[in-house]
Design a protein around this ligand. Structure first.
Ligand code: ADP
Ligand code: ZN
Length: 214
């Protein structure tokens, strides 16, 4: 699979991407995960990204394109990739188009996960994330077996810095202004599939149908 996953924060891009990787060995590429790992490791990239992330603002297009140009040329991408949280602005989408053409890679579809705002707000405020492996939990619907401890790796499960109410509200505004227009961009490219389902299984089935996967 070679797909872009679009959708607001909390729409379920990460969850759906993780499910899709299990189908055929495609890799999930989450710019958010890459950036959080860089912040945690205190690298140059992390230092540049940290303040914007904490406020729920976007990191600069140049920084993101630098990351993606390298990431898409790594070997594991040969078995397919699911872009989760990238592209997030029209300039990123345009730069991605050029980059993929240079690399001789063709995308199959851009999947737009369209979820009502109330569902999103509810999910984001109750979401918890493992800082070691990125596993996602929910205090209401899917808590870790032991509070604060990741079932998968034993790492700490916490609320992200940018999941305070102020940062969430800013992330949704930024999404509406900068990222929502990407649906129109990919519609014009003839690649858009909008899925309104909230159940992940229904989302997966709609995607499989779109790309002709059994
Ligand atoms: P979510 O989709 O839940 O908002 P992500 O984990 O995808 O969260 O991203 C977290 C933060 O990382 C964003 O709020 C932003 O600051 C930064 N980020 C991630 N991907 C991009 C991108 N493609 N362009 C700019 N900033 C990004
Ligand atoms: Zn973990």
């Amino acid at each position: 699979m070679r797909l872009i996953l679009l959708g607001a924060p909390g729409a379920g891009k990460g969850t759906v991407a993780k499910m899709l990787t299990k189908l055929d060995g495609s890799v999930q590429i989450s710019t958010g995960d890459i950036l959080r790992a860089a912040v945690k490791a205190g690298t140059e990239l992390g230092k540049k990204a940290e303040a914007a992330m904490k406020a729920g603002d976007l990191v600069s297009d140049d920084l993101i394109m630098g990351i993606m140009k390298e990431r898409l040329q790594e070997d594991d991408c040969k078995s397919g990739f699911l872009l989760d949280g990238f592209p997030r602005t029209i300039p990123q989408a345009e730069a991605l188009k050029v980059l993929l053409a240079d690399l001789g890679i063709e995308l199959q579809a851009a999947i737009n996960l369209d979820v009502p705002r109330e569902t999103i707000l509810d999910r984001l405020t109750t979401r918890r994330t493992c800082t070691d492996c990125g596993a996602i939990y929910n205090v209401k619907s899917n808590p870790p077996k032991k509070q604060g401890v990741c079932d998968k790796c034993g790492g700490p499960v916490v609320q992200r810095d940018d999941e305070t109410e102020a940062a969430i509200s800013n992330r949704l505004d930024v999404y509406n202004e900068k990222t929502a227009p990407l649906a129109g961009f990919y519609e014009k490219e003839g690649m858009l599939l909008t899925v309104t389902a909230t159940s992940s299984d229904d989302v997966i089935n709609a995607i499989k149908k779109k790309i002709g996967m059994k």
